[in-house]
Design a protein around this ligand. Sequence first.
Ligand SMILES: [Zn+2]
Length: 393
Amino acid sequence: MHRKVTTTVRVKLHSLTERKARLIEREYDTFQDAVHGDDANLYSATKQQAGKVRSNKNPREDTEQPVVLRNDCITIEHDEDTVLSSWWFKLPIYNPERDRGDSIWVPVHVPEKDTHLLQDEYICDSELVHRDGEWYVHLVCTRSVAVADEYDDVLAVDMGAKWIAVSAFLSDRDTQFHGAEVRRVREHYKQLRKSIGKAKIRSGAQVIERLGDKESRTVEHELHQVANELVARARERNAVIVFGDMTGLRFDNDKGRYVNDKTHKMPYAKLATILTYKAHLDGRECLPVNEADTSVTCWRCGSQNTSRDVQGRLECGDCGLEDNADKNGASNIGKRAVGKDIQSPLSTVGAVVAQPETQVRLEGTNGEIEPANSPEDVGLTLSEGSPRLQSWE
Ligand SMILES: [Zn+2]
């Protein structure tokens, strides 16, 4: 079985001559005019892309759009013999002196860990981005990776409100709670915002803006940690990963990531994308399972006659189960993944769980001690670039 993995490699343009810098700036500015409806002289393929951005996104006047570079118009090459730079990028631009489309070779810096991704057959439509006075090209690299067909267990992941993720193995319900750090970080910044709120409004708004940026970077870092923990955990038992599919979560194939139609407090779509990406790179399947009612259903008897208290405990009115609510949810997600009553059971995508459900021992949990959260880095060394994860969703 193969899965498509999309990585965005960020290369930075450097040592630009005045002439090249001027041509790039001109192309970028003209692209902005074009996406807002002006007729403009652009490299012809780029002009078409501007039309697409305009009709698909209809961007607001006050936003800047990255210049979309069609994959057949760009090339990246490695050349050790050049003194200025060992990597060069061929960028399509409109040349006003010649009054036609042209290309310029610009020196770029490529992160060492991403160099293996820069093969022609991997590179898709990419973007020229202007940020903090610097020019970048975001090269979108898509490749096919092999994932295993057979597994010995199921690691079910519930992305909860209290914890970023709770994971439970289907075979013995061994459970871990992930991501306490994120919660702490968010609370920390909430407190900071409150104290800033009392200061002068204008400077306060600016500080909050900066905090927001820092906060999202910190949270993103934590999401990567959580995903690393989950993948390492699944690897220990050769488990397939399944996660609860939040309402409105869908996979956008063009963007290679999950998106939420609804705004959630936590970036579940982002975690789903990171987790799927890392699992696939690990040769492991990772699939969403419809999670409707999994939080209110008793995993042991299937009853929905349940109640949840403030401590996050779930009680079943029928069989008397008393369980951690998130653990209960994760267990239901795991059961669904191998069950018959789900929309897309594992078998339909070709994944086989060697351990049949009948052998899976499901017992009560009264008096069980919840495992402590272990936020330490599991030290995965997946060779990866930055996944194509940009906005909060
Ligand atoms: Zn029950």
